[in-house]
Design a protein around this ligand. Structure first.
Ligand code: FAD
Ligand code: NAI
Length: 473
């Protein structure tokens, strides 16, 4: 039993936590990070949901499955004929596991490099003494002047249908299906539903997505969501909107989902596997928040102010376990900002310029406000769009689906939102984020020289289109 004193102890080693610990160490604090995630051998696997069962493995499988789809459906357009194409799912999953491991190892290396003490195990509040907060991990007790809680989130299950990760899958099981299911069902057409639905459809599954809301991707700009819906439907993804999911029966051979469709008709969906992707819940299990009186809200999220301060002095919380979008880069920015605030600096997170990306094909990415939000708020705006169909690089790539859309203030021309559906939207959105951080006008982007031929020319052209002077369309 040892007792170790630290300036900052971070509970949770996902993107919010490990980044906070590194930044705290950079600022000269003695810092520790506690994380309980285990790899298959029981060893440490820092990086949280994002690295182990989220951002990283999903992108690895999205890439592998897209390569397969290209080889099977699109190489021939380039005059490349493939015969004897076959799929080795075990190898694909092993590659994904290797990518995850590289990221786990990278974080352990960064801890060493920055002199962050790492503790593998569950961290829980023990109490408070004059020296600070006591955090128990295994049979050790750490004492911390400041605690940053970054314990993340877990998948939400449908009431009465727990995840068994064999037939009813959360994101965890959805990333490790050993054989391509013939029929795959998904509940929820949000970000995970579309990304995981795309992976398994590309690999050959017949995929049906059941969504409760009557509109597709309600948070996305309507014009962009419509274009994406068209593309996904054409690819063969069956998306049923406005459904009410009823009884779910699981058996040895699969799952049967009773539901009523948008017309109110009783329906049944029989599938081999079911992925439930209906959102995530903040995770404070095992934290022993009660020991110190840490306040949670009715959703189980830790209550924080705009600067991630909890109700307790010197206890902070960041990432998925607090309000705001459940995104890795949001968690990271909060982690950095909190470490800087502890150091007396002015850490800052601009919630208006957090980008969103859905890594389907076409990709969907956006920053700022949607056209429907501007209308609802009675903001006068001008819109400009440019289709990838008219972009030379997109034609050369053979990927001309979608568009870039700019929304700018009608009087000041300040950019209020940028929305993209199309190739490499995930990379293109960065220019819009920078522009909005600098409070640029659409005219600013329209006057910047963009490389030719590049997809980013579509961004420039959409900015020109705000003033009705697109050159190539
Ligand atoms: P987490 O990453 O959940 O990390 C929390 C860590 O704390 C975990 O390791 C957990 O084991 C540990 N922990 C919890 N309690 C304790 C305790 N008491 N003691 C010790 N350790 C504890 N976001 C994106 O921005 N881009 C994407 O492409 C993306 N893709 C995703 C794909 C999927 C399938 C999923 C599920 C999510 C995806 N996300 C993505 C969301 C992203 O993963 C989360 O927003 C992000 O991981 C949140 O980071 P966090 O640090 O708050 O929590
Ligand atoms: P989500 O919130 O994106 O989507 C959930 C969907 O399920 C919604 O459309 C909702 O209307 C629907 N739904 C809820 N209850 C339902 C029910 N009973 N029946 C049918 N439909 C129902 O949540 P998801 O996809 O689980 O992802 C969780 C979070 O993880 C995301 O919100 C995002 O923050 C993060 N994530 C981010 C990714 C990225 O940045 N590329 C990728 C994957 C996840």
């Amino acid at each position: 039993m040892t007792n170790k004193q630290f300036d900052v102890v971070v509970v949770g080693g996902g993107p919010g936590g490990y980044i906070a610990a590194i930044r705290a160490a950079q600022l000269g604090f003695s810092a520790a990070c506690i994380d309980e995630w285990k790899n298959k051998a029981g060893g440490p696997a820092p990086g949280g949901t994002c690295t182990n069962v989220g951002c990283i493995p999903s992108k690895a499988l999205l890439q592998s499955s897209e390569n397969y789809e290209h080889a099977s459906k699109h190489f021939a357009d380039h005059g490349i004929n493939v015969t004897g194409l076959s799929l080795d799912v075990a190898k694909m999953l092993a590659r994904k596991d290797q990518v995850v491991k590289q990221n786990n190892d990278g974080i352990l290396y960064l801890f060493k490099k920055n002199k962050v003490a790492f503790f593998h195990g569950r961290g829980s509040f023990g109490g408070k003494t004059d020296a600070g907060y006591e955090i128990k991990v295994g049979d050790e007790t750490l004492t911390a002047k400041h605690v940053i809680v970054a314990t993340g989130s877990n998948a939400r299950a449908l009431p009465g249908t727990p995840f068994d990760e064999q037939t009813v899958l959360s994101n965890d099981g959805a990333l490790s299906v050993a054989n391509v299911p013939k029929k795959l069902g998904l509940i929820g057409s949000g970000v995970i539903g579309l990304e995981m639905g795309s992976v398994w459809r590309r690999l050959g599954a017949e995929v049906t997505v059941l969504e409760a809301l009557p509109t597709f991707l309600g948070a996305v700009d309507e014009q962009i969501a419509k274009e994406a819906h068209k593309a996904f439907t054409k690819q063969g993804l069956k998306i049923e909107l406005g459904v009410k999911v009823g009884e779910i029966k699981t058996g040895k051979s699969g799952v049967s989902v009773a539901y009523t469709n948008a017309k109110g008709e009783a329906q049944k969906l029989d599938v081999d596997k079911l992925i439930v992707s209906i959102g995530r819940v903040p995770n404070t299990v095992g934290l022993n928040a009660d020991a110190v009186g840490l306040k949670l809200d009715e959703r189980g999220a830790i209550v924080v102010d705009d600067e991630c301060r909890t109700n307790l002095p010197n206890v902070w919380a960041v990432g998925d376990v607090v309000r705001g979008p459940m995104l890795a880069h949001k968690a990271e920015e909060e982690g950095v900002a909190v470490a800087e605030r502890i150091a007396g600096q002015h850490g800052h997170v601009n919630f208006n310029t957090i980008p969103w990306v859905i890594y389907t094909s076409p990709e969907i990415a956006w920053v700022g406000q949607t056209e429907q939000q501007l209308k609802a708020a009675n903001v006068k705006y001008k819109a400009g769009t440019f289709p990838f169909m008219a972009n030379g690089r997109a034609r050369a790539l053979g990927d001309t689906t979608g568009m870039v859309k700019f929304l700018a203030h009608a009087e000041t021309d300040e950019i209020l939102g940028v929305h993209i559906v199309g190739p490499m939207a995930s990379e293109l959105i960065s220019e819009a984020v920078v522009a909005m951080e600098f409070r640029a006008s659409s005219e600013d982007i329209a006057r910047i020289c963009h490389a030719h031929p590049s997809l980013s020319e579509a961004t420039k052209e959409a900015a020109l289109a705000v003033d009705k002077r697109a050159l190539n369309f």
